[in-house]
Design a protein around this ligand. Structure first.
Ligand SMILES: [Zn+2]
Length: 459
């Protein structure tokens, strides 16, 4: 059956690419809400286009509040068992960084370029053609399959909340908006915003980091100290950060350069904020400002990414805790910052909140507010996950396995949902970056993979 599906996709390649081209031409970046288009006109236009295409294919379509569309193929009125969840919205582009027009599908040497080719319009086309293939080849199904396409994945998945208000998700759901083989664990996440106050001090200002979910690679401080003292402290430094100093008349400006990394893999980065705090603490200041800096170093020591010092070090089969002190600002008697923690299923949000609250208090600061998500976990031994792994092995010819990630995918709040595709291995497809790409071969193989998954689960 695989070879028939393969043949079908190959003979439909041109149709798939022209459909993808139509979708890429719609710059479906989130825009201002207008009547009937809560996430903006362009995402709505992509949604309408997809609904029209599904209808023309003879699928039974539905639409929720103009934000999520669906198309069912459920022969003989069977129940829908499987949902394939994709999104049609995209992140913005910086055209100057692109070698190709971002909102036009370009094919060059077997590679497709354009915003959304892999995230997530290409996978959506593959999912649709998987269903069409089964329909056209007359492959019998006992249960139905639903193609679901949302329009707000990139900005908080408000579309899913709306969908769930009106519709029930099918019992099995996968999203091709992650990696192969199967992502069944997404760690919990807590982003804490803290603040504090002090009276005077030798640090005139401190500013580091700007992105809450990344290891900060830049920080600087203006410090009332001698150049010699700073140079001596730098000589003892073991953080891996690169420091530069500048006499700015009456004060020394110290800049730290580290290495950025995503908050889910902080061990790959060098934290410029914690490196600079540690350096300043070695200058031997005293007073309430110095106490805060010392307290913060105690809770979030430079180089520590497992959260041991705040009492959150933990590991189970879903992974280990990671922590990033990502943003810190201190000036005029006030300081504030952000800490990002990713945690395995042996911890919960309440425990993480308590430990962080205590850590900030010990540093003379307070937890101001936080946003968080409990871990998402689907049993690896479930029939659904095992079915996807079998399909992966058959199509790819290599052993399938489950993976746990520190980030969240489109199914983070969907019970029983997993990510299945489409990134493979360590390839950097420039998702969210310039020259986002997707090889044609992989698009066709994914369509076969999804068709085989439908048969495995609904056949
Ligand atoms: Zn995506």
């Amino acid at each position: 059956m695989l070879s028939k599906m393969n043949e079908y996709m190959r003979s439909n390649k041109d149709n798939m690419l022209s459909l993808l081209a139509e979708l890429i031409e719609i710059p479906s970046v989130r825009g201002d809400a207008t009547p009937g288009a809560p996430f903006g006109e362009e995402p709505k236009r992509a949604l309408d286009k997809m609904l029209e295409i599904c209808e023309n294919m003879g699928l039974k379509t539905a639409c929720c509040e103009n934000v999520v569309g669906s198309a069912d193929y459920a022969p003989d009125g069977s129940e829908v068992e499987l949902g394939i969840l994709c999104h049609l919205d995209v992140v913005p582009v910086e055209p100057a960084n692109w070698s190709y027009p971002p909102f036009k599908l370009t094919e060059k040497d077997g590679i497709l370029y354009g915003r959304g080719v892999i995230d997530d319009k290409g996978p959506a086309v593959a999912a649709l053609y998987a269903i069409k293939c089964i329909k056209d080849l007359g492959i019998p199904l006992k249960k139905g399959v639903r193609f679901i396409f949302g329009t707000d994945e990139e900005n908080g998945s408000g579309d899913m909340e709306i969908y769930m208000k009106h519709e029930k998700m099918p019992p099995c759901v996968f999203t091709p908006d992650g990696s192969f083989p199967v992502i069944n664990v997404e760690k919990g996440m807590m982003r804490s915003f803290f603040k504090g106050g002090y009276d005077g001090g030798s640090v005139r200002c401190f500013h580091g980091g700007s992105i809450p979910n990344a290891v900060p690679d830049k920080a600087y401080a203006e410090v009332l100290v001698s150049l010699d003292a700073v140079n001596n402290a730098i000589a003892e430094d073991k953080s891996g950060a690169v420091f530069t100093v500048e006499d700015i008349g009456g004060a020394v400006k110290i800049s730290a350069d580290g290495k950025s990394a995503h908050a889910s893999t902080p061990e790959a980065g060098i934290n410029a904020v914690t490196a600079l705090i540690s350096l300043i603490n070695r200058l031997g200041f005293e007073g309430s400002q110095a106490d805060i800096l010392k307290g913060l170093e105690k809770a979030f020591p430079c180089g520590e990414t497992d959260a041991e010092s705040v009492g959150l070090k933990a590991q189970d089969k879903t992974g280990a805790t990671t922590i990033v002190f990502s943003i810190f600002d201190m000036e005029n008697g006030e300081c504030s910052g952000v800490v990002d923690v990713r945690f395995p299923t042996c911890l919960d949000l309440k425990t993480v909140e308590e430990k962080e609250r205590a850590a900030f208090a010990a540093a003379g600061c307070e937890l101001d507010r936080f946003m968080g998500d409990e871990p998402h976990c689907v049993d690896e031994d479930s029939e659904f996950v095992q079915a996807l792994l079998r399909v992966y092995e058959r199509v790819e010819g290599e052993k399938g396995r489950c993976i746990a990630i520190g980030g969240g995918t489109y199914v983070h709040h969907i019970d029983g949902g997993v990510a299945f595709g489409v990134e493979r291995g360590d390839t950097d497809y420039h998702m969210h970056g310039a020259d986002e790409f997707f090889p044609v071969e992989e698009l066709l193989r994914d369509a076969v993979m999804f068709a085989a998954a439908i048969v495995e689960i609904c056949g």
